[in-house]
Design a protein around this ligand. Structure first.
Ligand code: ADP
Ligand code: MG
Length: 292
């Protein structure tokens, strides 16, 4: 039978904005040694904006039009940023066909009879697009500012670069500092590139960063920590995060996240506030000390 203290703890959690799905989650949270955060939509707001438009082979309006034509088919937060920028620039967005998404790397479609590829540098290079040295330097500089560089290619040519930036949630830095103070090791994991990931991690105060992680690899990273004896919480919001949430000893889902993530979480942060993850660990420590 569930000890009364756990039941009371779950009720207390509800008052604190925590949906605790099972008593076990509360019991295991006391034993956590490591906490792993997804970046986009978890540490950051997940509502990014286009900050820089670098037109290389085509005029700026054409770059935005072509990019929006492809991205309006995508559910990705980066795609929404591109579409919004095209709208505010007032460009006419052409039709697209044969949209394809390459999970964690990019998207493609045919626009005005030409194949358009949008995504990160490795993705474009795999498809035979050459990134000139000057563009590469520009990309690195944008990434060092914590921005995600989205490359746009039409045919085999790099048409331009869109830099997209997301801001931290207001309590991210404080939550991470608190968790460290409580003795947990903190890791960031993201499908974004290493330079951008490191810039964001530096801002947050996270030293352990795993970047360029494909969706299916997030759960493997959690498993690797567990095999080293760590008791791991994973905090995430996206479809990509569901397997890692399930693999973790405690899966913590962001309340405004995707349905799949919420269903996979043992604990849901109803208010989307990472301080509530700190509250969950504190609550479990309190409850478990009462049981022992
Ligand atoms: P995260 O783990 O940070 O949520 P994802 O795994 O969803 O990131 O995506 C990883 C990377 O793949 C992005 O940083 C971007 O470079 C590229 N990418 C994915 N989807 C798109 C898209 N619709 N448009 C442009 N780039 C994309
Ligand atoms: Mg995310």
């Amino acid at each position: 039978a569930t000890p009364t203290a756990v039941t009371v703890g779950i009720g207390r959690g509800a008052e604190l904005g925590l949906l605790i799905r099972n008593g076990e989650a509360l019991e295991v949270s006391e034993k956590l040694t490591a906490i792993v955060f997804d970046k986009t939509g978890t540490l950051t707001r997940g509502k990014p904006d286009v900050t820089d438009v670098v037109a290389l082979a085509v005029p700026e309006d054409r770059l935005l039009a072509v990019a929006a034509a492809v991205e309006h088919n995508s559910q990705h937060p980066l795609a929404a940023a591109v579409v919004r920028r095209a709208e505010s620039a007032g460009v006419t967005v052409p039709a697209s066909e044969r949209f394809t998404t390459f999970g964690g790397r990019g998207v493609s479609a045919v626009v005005d009879g030409e194949e358009v590829l949008i995504g990160n540098q490795p993705f474009l290079e795999e498809h035979g697009v050459t990134v000139p040295e000057g563009a590469e330097r520009r990309i690195a500089a944008l990434q060092d500012e914590g921005k995600t560089a989205v490359l746009v290619a039409a045919g085999a040519d790099l048409a331009g670069i869109l830099a997209i930036a997301d801001t931290l949630k207001p309590t991210t830095k404080r939550a991470v500092a608190e968790l460290k103070r409580m003795g947990l090791s903190v890791t960031m994991i993201t499908g974004d590139n290493e330079r951008t990931a490191n810039a964001i991690a530096r801002e947050v105060g996270i030293e352990d960063v795993h970047a360029g992680v494909l969706p299916q690899e997030k759960a493997q990273e959690v498993r690797a920590l567990q095999s080293r004896g760590e008791v791991v919480a994973f905090v995430g919001d996206g479809i990509n995060d569901a397997p890692a949430l399930a693999q973790a000893d405690v899966g913590i889902a962001i309340g405004s996240g995707t349905d799949v993530a919420i269903e996979s979480g043992d604990i849901v942060l109803i208010r989307d506030d990472l301080i509530d993850a700190v509250a969950a660990v504190e609550l479990s420590r309190k409850v478990m000390s009462r049981i022992k």
